[in-house]
Design a protein around this ligand. Structure first.
Ligand code: SF4
Ligand code: SF4
Length: 410
């Protein structure tokens, strides 16, 4: 945890990440007031489930100090100034107002695993417990017809209000017959189109759901595609990587609770707060790259001295992601940190284009331009301008309040 906080702080002071801040105090004050008003609305509404975040933290041995460390890391990750920390803490406590349906198609459940499998229940995974996860076939006890009913009930109850998380690609070959669900044999494609129509927004997690991933690798026998190829007329947020970093998944949900808006996205629909950084620009081996010190062969002296992995095929110079800062497994480490080059898993078609140990120059691929220079300080743009798409969180809690008033515990 401390590593993650230090990493995020380092990012904000690093040369590559320094940006012109042209937003004054009044901008952030307005943004703060809008977020505060949203959270007040939420707090005055009924939660969807009865789970108490503070109690869960206590039950899992997470003290207030650890929680506040997580809050400051998450606030910084979302590109917000420290004054927003109390609001981020409040947003975490109000996670039980967010209805989520999580569907898996052509996947390995690696993104769900990444979110769940820490060495003990940590804050990101506790947050997953607190959100109102109405359907997740890997995690839920229900199966068969009972599970199908649970899904249909959730869609009906939260029509137009739920966040739809998609893990895995969607096979389009043979009229979608490579992937079907349930006794009716509904194809993944039909299932996705039917359910996404009633979602407030769709969040594609992992390389497969975003850009097709490994199932879409040549020769792509099932005609696998990512969600962005087929979704029309709905807000979509892509959180690629293999697996998607749990911190980024939680960051998107915190942003949703805080603002009810889709965060600022790049041209591939990735949140800029997470994908506005090039791996190479914040890599701990960058000084060796600049000095021309490379690993030339696995196990050589360069490898022992943590030299740059460029000549071993590292694709960090062309990959946008924040894993060099946020890291994986509760900030314990990340791929380059343990000695293997980046394989560009958060970029489209990474399996065919990037995931081999061949030097970029030999592979005749060009590094992209852009990135970190224009990412910071853009968090609030979606909220204060017309660019962001509202996803109606107030309507969610109002609807639930109404349902309760009609006589039931939701
Ligand atoms: S290891 Fe990769 S990302 Fe790091 S400095 Fe070298 S080429 Fe760049
Ligand atoms: S270092 Fe590269 S391949 Fe590894 S997780 Fe990050 S983006 Fe993916």
């Amino acid at each position: 945890m401390q590593d993650r906080i230090e990493g995020v702080k380092k990012l904000f002071t690093s040369k590559s990440a320094r940006v012109e801040t042209n937003k004054g105090e009044s901008y952030y004050r307005d943004l703060f007031d809008q977020c505060q008003a949203r959270l007040n609305d939420l707090r005055s509404s009924q939660p969807i489930n009865r789970l108490d975040f503070s109690e869960l933290l206590e039950d899992n041995g997470v003290d207030r100090r650890d929680f506040m460390k997580w809050v400051s890391a998450t606030t910084a990750m979302l590109m917000l100034p420290p004054m927003f920390s109390p609001l981020v803490a409040e947003a975490a406590e109000l996670m039980n107002r967010a209805p989520v349906i999580w569907l898996e198609y052509q996947d390995c459940a690696g993104n769900s695993e990444a979110l769940l499998r820490s060495d003990g229940p940590k804050i990101d995974s506790i947050i997953l417990d607190v959100i109102s996860l109405e359907f997740h076939e890997t995690l839920q006890a229900a199966s068969g017809f009972q599970a199908e009913k649970q899904l249909e009930d959730a869609i009906e109850t939260f029509k137009g209000k739920f966040l739809l998380f998609i893990e895995g690609s969607i096979p389009m070959g043979m009229n979608g017959q490579f992937g079907t669900i349930g006794a009716s044999g509904e194809t993944y494609y039909d299932n996705f189109m039917r359910i996404s129509k009633d979602a407030a927004a769709v969040i594609a997690v992992g390389a497969c759901a975003t850009f097709g991933g490994v199932p879409a690798a040549a020769p792509n026998p099932t005609g696998a595609v990512g969600v962005m190829e087929i979704l029309k007329g709905k807000p979509l947020i892509n959180i690629p990587a293999c697996p998607a970093n749990p911190a980024n998944m939680v960051g998107v949900i915190v942003h949703y609770i805080l603002t009810g808006q889709v965060p600022e996205l790049d041209s591939l629909l990735r949140p800029k707060f997470a994908f506005g950084y090039r791996i190479h620009d914040n890599c701990e081996r960058r000084a060796h790259f600049d000095a021309g010190e490379y690993v030339e062969e696995w196990g050589d002296e360069g490898a022992k001295n943590n030299f740059c992995l460029y000549k071993m095929g590292c694709k960090g110079p062309m990959t946008f992601n924040n894993c060099s800062i946020v890291r994986y497994n509760e900030a314990v480490n990340w791929p380059i940190g343990v000695g293997h080059g980046c394989i560009g898993c958060s970029e489209p078609f990474f399996w065919d284009k990037y995931s081999y140990e061949r030097v970029m120059a030999d592979a005749k691929i060009k590094a992209p331009t852009g990135g970190v220079e224009r990412s910071a300080d853009e968090f609030g743009l979606g909220l204060l301008t017309a660019a962001g798409i509202g996803i109606g969180i107030h309507a969610v809690v109002s609807a639930i309040g109404g349902k309760k008033d009609e006589g039931g515990e939701a």
